[in-house]
Design a protein around this ligand. Structure first.
Ligand code: PGA
Length: 253
């Protein structure tokens, strides 16, 4: 059975005491919960990773970064390396988020480099893909998603965990969610791409998360789809009551 991942992507939100309170509260909230096959991940801004790791060390909580450098180490002012994350025993790292593609010139090539460097450092990549509104309306959603997969996974072997997040750009932060059917259709396409490129076994094990205005009101229907294995949650993950409600819904499914 594939694991279900409920992942919060905080983006550039919360000041230090707010972040600290959130981690203490969520750690306490899930302390004695039976999570079954549900894994809870939070990706705060990188300046909070150490604090988050300390608070959640003995809890069933995984921590992730939101980006990583494509370089190994050296004179790259402002960058954070996969080796640094490895030395902090970080679990996950998001790469290729559409906001990074849009505002920070992230390309399939750099995402591919980041994917490889994360694998070398034993950090599980959460690889984001998804079409813009314009691309959906032009009827090229499938082509865009498959191209992004081809680019990100060029010359990549899959021997360890990799997570995909399908995030239609038009649904991110807009309050508009893809219908469960629209999402399932693309998740199915993605899983089949892994069957063709790798193997049935790889495809069956790979968690494919949905992202884009996921919230307590729509998570159940989305997670009930055959190929949706969790969520990468932005806005609603900043609110402890919404985030914990979503964890509970996932556990009960
Ligand atoms: P959202 O963001 O839930 O606020 O739409 C999701 C994401 O960008 O990962």
């Amino acid at each position: 059975m594939r694991k279900i991942i409920i992942a919060g992507n905080w983006k550039m939100n919360k000041i230090f005491p707010e972040a600290e309170d959130f981690f203490m509260d969520i750690a306490e909230y899930i302390e004695n919960k039976k999570l079954g096959n549900v894994e809870v991940v939070i990706c705060p801004p990188s300046v909070y990773l150490e604090m988050a790791g300390d608070i959640t060390a003995d809890h069933q909580l995984f921590i992730g970064a939101q980006n990583v450098s494509r370089f190994e180490s050296g004179a790259y002012t402002g960058e954070l390396s996969a080796l640094m994350f490895n030395s902090m025993e970080l679990d996950y790292c998001i790469i290729g988020h559409s906001e990074r593609r849009k505002y920070f010139a992230e390309t399939d090539k750099s995402i591919n480099e980041k994917l490889k460097i994360l694998q070398e450092n034993e950090i599980i990549p959460i690889v984001c893909i998804g079409e813009t509104l314009n691309e959906r309306e032009s009827g090229i959603t499938e082509k865009i998603v498959l191209n992004q997969l081809e680019g990100a996974f060029r010359d990549v072997q899959i021997n360890d965990d990799v997570v995909i997040a399908y995030e239609p750009v038009w649904a991110i932060g807009t309050g508009v969610t893809a219908t469960p059917q629209q999402a399932q259709e693309i998740h199915y396409l993605i899983r089949n791409w892994f069957v063709d490129k790798y193997s049935k076994e790889v495809a069956e094990n790979i968690p494919i998360l949905y992202g884009g205005s996921m919230k307590p009101e729509n998570i159940k229907e989305l997670l009930s789809q055959q190929d949706i294995d969790g969520g990468l949650i932005g806005g609603a993950s900043l609110d402890i009551s919404k985030f914990s409600e979503m964890i509970d819904i996932a556990v009960e499914l």
